[in-house]
Design a protein around this ligand. Structure first.
Ligand code: SAH
Ligand code: SF4
Ligand code: F3S
Length: 475
């Protein structure tokens, strides 16, 4: 993929971009007689969610009011995902809708960033078919947004700047967090695993670990702002390695647990090939680490795992999950499964189903294989016909749902601590929160409980969540 830097007019290369941008937005706000509004829509994974918080932070600092309504917005940015084709199709569909909004409101600015922006194929398509996209930047240069926005607002010209690899990890971007009490924290960027189906290494680049000092300082600052739960983020957190101090992921986890004010520590994702005994031990001994692991298995067939370039076997996966259950009583194990990988047979799917039953996942996100242009598996000759994939997918999904339902209800009747996250979306007399093992709980409550840790009796398991009742607070 080529580097696409629109140098000719890249306001981003000048020093006084920020004051000029802030001044420009002040002027436009005055002329409009109201706040300018920006809407950032996120597709994809937790990395994108976290990046969107930085994009929102940048826009808020510049003077925009944030909105969730694309219709109300003066600037809409789509932070996109390339992992499966349907994510991609959704974005193109919604761009069509934005075009119709722009027809009615020509001052509307439209931006596209994230993983799709890193794909040359996508940029070509946008250039040809969606020329009304004003701003584009990639996963390695969120900090270019200010310059690109300034250029677009000052000149009305297209402002695109997508970099191939980050020259350095971008520290110190402002942020606007979705929750005041919990936050994601990046520890690695990119991925070196090159699973044969996966586009992530191509759109996110080679794996880089942040310096442990930077990670810990960020978490200390978050704790000082009232954050009590952190989720350490990386495509494969187990391969974290601080470039300066040779700190491993379990060592980093221990240091995070030492930070005052942090009550819950989570992380995702873990790659089964790199999950160490040291990590299992630390998960067992550190009380702040939540009893949950998301450990994508992808398939239960050794033949398919090999073709996927996953570097472990079904037996190894079972061995590590057995160890985890022993070291961390009550641990919830969740996973990702792909059905319909090239060459997959009914017998391979039987192996996956057997694995689901053996490991007893609390949840398994099950995906239909989606060929991604540029990945090796997309060119394998033995692609599985759609009708067969659909049948096999239904078989796996049925097994996953049955297993998860039985597994999740093991806590029925218990009293556990819930971190309350928000009012229930359907019934405002209820609040919604999470157990340490990440299961969702709804119970009667009110807004004042948001951000608090409350003791809740788990009265009834309803499939993937609990209905509960608050117990008298014993703290
Ligand atoms: N880094 C994480 C996964 C990131 S992508 C890990 O390896 O654990 C999230 C999930 O999307 C993957 O676990 C996989 O199950 C699914 N996925 C990735 N590429 C896919 C593809 N081409 N088709 C279908 N599912 C895919
Ligand atoms: Fe993709 Fe594999 Fe990297 Fe996960 S580990 S992001 S599935 S290449
Ligand atoms: Fe999607 Fe990019 Fe995440 S491809 S899954 S948003 S790293």
């Amino acid at each position: 993929m080529e580097i696409m830097t629109d140098k000719a007019n890249a306001a981003g290369t000048e020093d006084n971009i920020r004051p000029r941008l802030y001044e420009k937005i002040r002027e436009l706000t005055e002329a409009a007689g109201r706040d300018l509004k920006a809407c950032v829509v996120t597709f994809g994974c937790q990395m994108n969610e976290r990046d969107s918080e930085k994009i929102r932070g940048t826009l808020r600092s510049a003077g925009y009011a944030l909105t969730e309504s694309e219709k109300e917005a003066d600037l809409v940015i789509y932070n996109t995902c390339s992992v499966r084709e349907n994510a991609d199709v959704r974005v193109f569909g919604r761009l069509g809708y934005l075009h119709s909004l722009k027809d009615k409101k020509p001052a509307l600015r439209i931006g596209l960033c994230g993983c799709m922006a890193q794909e040359e194929r996508v940029r070509e398509k946008i250039e040809k078919t969606y020329p009304f996209v004003d701003i584009m930047f990639g996963t390695h240069n969120i900090s270019s947004l200010e310059g690109l926005l300034l250029k677009s607002l000052e000149t009305g010209e297209r402002a695109w700047d997508v970099r191939k690899e980050g020259s350095r990890i971008e520290e110190e971007l402002p942020e606007s967090r979705t929750y005041p009490f919990k936050s994601g924290v990046n520890i690695t960027f990119g991925c070196n695993n090159f699973c044969t189906y996966c586009i992530v290494p191509y759109v996110r680049g080679r794996e880089e670990s942040r310096r442990a000092g930077d990670v810990l300082e960020e978490i200390r600052n978050l704790a000082a702002e009232g954050v009590t739960e952190v989720m350490l983020l990386g495509q494969n957190v187990n391969s974290y390695g601080d470039s300066e101090g040779m700190l491993t992921f379990p060592m980093l986890l221990k240091k995070v647990c030492e930070i005052d004010g942090i009550r819950r520590v989570r992380f995702m994702s873990s790659h089964p090939a790199d999950l160490s005994d040291e990590l299992i031990e630390v998960m067992g001994s550190e009380k702040k680490i939540c009893p949950h692991i998301h450990l994508p298995v992808q398939s239960g067939s050794d033949r398919i795992l090999k073709r996927m370039n996953r570097h472990y076997t079904k037996a190894h996966y079972i061995e590590i999950t057995d160890k985890l259950r022993k070291a961390v009583p009550g641990i919830a194990i969740t996973t990702d499964i792909i059905v319909g990988f090239p060459g997959e047979t009914r017998e391979d799917v039987d192996e996956t189903i057997e694995l689901v039953k053996r490991v007893r996942f609390d949840n398994a996100f099950t995906f239909v294989y989606s060929p991604r242009p540029g990945t090796p598996a997309a060119d394998y000759p033995d692609q599985v016909p759609e009708d067969i994939v659909k049948k096999e997918f239904d078989r796996v999904l049925k097994c996953v749902q049955e297993t998860a339902r039985n597994e999740i209800k093991r806590h029925e009747g218990e009293v556990q601590e819930v971190l309350v996250e928000h009012l229930n979306e359907k019934d405002p007399s209820l609040v919604t929160g999470r157990l340490p093992d990440n299961t969702v709980v709804h119970f009667p409550g009110n807004e004042s409980m948001i951000g608090q840790y409350l003791k809740v009796r788990l009265e009834k398991c309803e499939g993937f969540y609990y209905m509960g009742k608050r117990e008298d607070d014993e703290d």
